[in-house]
Design a protein. Structure first.
Length: 392
């Protein structure tokens, strides 16, 4: 089986954690024999690599081709027009990718199925290309593509069209499946396949040694995720200010950095809060395993992988009840859920967890229930079925 994975959410040498959950699922899938995969991960075209242009300069630095963990990845460029980008990006992306896919076929990789991740614009562009090349299509919904982008009129129409064109759809939670059903998608066309956790990578560490190396002491909390408003790191910082014996490490990058640093200074807790940039997963594992608690205060999520990563390292979590958080934090050994997204609820949840702190080995065992085997087997069943139906 030859799979073509099409998504803008995929790591590259300049952004090693970007869309890493897509890469992880694909790597788990191709560990099965008889499966070959290539990745097309387009990036917006931009002419300059000068840092003054911020994120756009990063796009320019992304290599055209690379091999990541044995998987061939190409990064074609597509035009992203200011103001009109949201409405036109599926067309522009599809037009830019068509010649690349044709070359791929001519060079011998005639893919059997298009595996698209993120509904907009990626899934819509994939639907246009699936029609052009006469290939079956599976689209995976990830979270904000349905929870947020589908609220806009034009993208919502595009998403509905792509859902009609797709042979099958996958969502990472039942909540996202319901969004598609509310759009009129037939239930038989949607399968929930949750993300798993790599328990070999994310495993307990020597806490005493690791805490010394990472300069951790006392009760240390983590808040991991992009520095964007939806992650609500500011609530975790404010909660830290109200728990005097606590310390916080925020791990992430993004446009909120300056505002968060100003908040830390205004609260006078510079000595208790650190903000660190994104890091490689083996290093992140050491922070997970050394911390006492991971706090996820997000306003919205699909399937928050950081929860399982933390728990797999033995560290319990406090998470807002959004997306699939309730499916993950489903027992006291995992941690606690935060019903309301405010500082009072956050502080109460953290204190409640500290008073009833679970056994770290039990937290690890809870995470081990979320293996990738069921998800990979489900993908293979879906791919085989739609390929056979397409050939018949």
């Amino acid at each position: 089986m030859k799979i073509l994975t099409l998504t803008t959410l995929y790591p590259d040498s300049t952004r090693p954690r970007h869309g890493i959950f897509v890469e992880t699922r694909l790597r788990q899938l191709i560990s099965y024999s008889g499966i070959d995969a290539r990745v097309v991960s387009p990036v917006p075209w931009f002419p300059s690599r000068k840092q003054i242009f911020g994120e756009y300069a990063t796009y320019a630095k992304v290599p055209r081709t690379e091999n990541l963990h044995g998987i061939e990845v190409i990064h074609p460029r597509y035009p992203l027009l200011p103001k009109l980008g949201m409405s036109l990006s599926p067309w522009l992306m599809a037009i830019s990718l068509a010649s690349k896919l044709k070359c791929m076929q001519q060079e011998g990789y005639d893919f059997d199925v298009i595996d698209a991740h993120y509904f907009y614009p990626d899934g819509v562009a994939a639907a246009l290309l699936a029609r052009k090349f006469g290939k079956p299509l599976v689209i995976t919904a990830r979270g904000s593509d349905l929870n947020l982008i589908s609220r806009y009129h034009v993208p919502r129409k595009w998403i509905r069209w792509a859902a009609q064109q797709a042979d099958h759809m996958i969502t990472v939670s039942g909540e996202l499946k319901q969004v598609l059903l509310n759009m009129g998608v037939h239930p038989t066309k949607v399968t929930v396949l949750r993300n798993g956790v790599d328990s070999e990578l994310f495993r307990p560490v020597d806490r005493n040694k690791s805490r010394r190396e990472l300069n951790m002491n006392g009760f240390v909390m983590l808040s991991v995720g992009n520095l964007v408003p939806a992650k609500r790191h500011d609530l975790v910082i404010e909660a830290t200010a109200r728990i005097p014996d606590s310390k916080l490490i925020v791990i992430g990058q993004g446009p909120e950095l300056h505002r968060l640093n100003k908040l830390i200074a205004r609260l006078g807790i510079e000595s208790r809060v650190r903000i660190l940039a994104n890091m490689e997963q083996p290093v992140l594992r050491n922070y997970y395993g050394s911390a006492d608690l991971l706090v996820l205060a997000s306003a919205r999520e699909g399937w928050p992988n950081v929860l399982l990563e933390s728990m797999s390292c033995g560290t319990p979590v406090a998470a807002t009840k959004v997306g699939a958080a309730a499916d993950i934090v489903s027992a006291p050994d995992a941690g606690v859920l935060i019903e309301d997204g405010n500082v009072d609820s956050l502080v109460a949840a953290i204190c409640r967890l500290r008073e009833n702190y679970p056994d770290r080995e039990a937290t690890r065992l809870h995470a081990e229930r979320f293996s990738w085997d069921e998800t990979s087997a489900g993908q293979i069943r879906i791919f085989n079925k739609i390929i056979q139906e397409h050939v018949a």
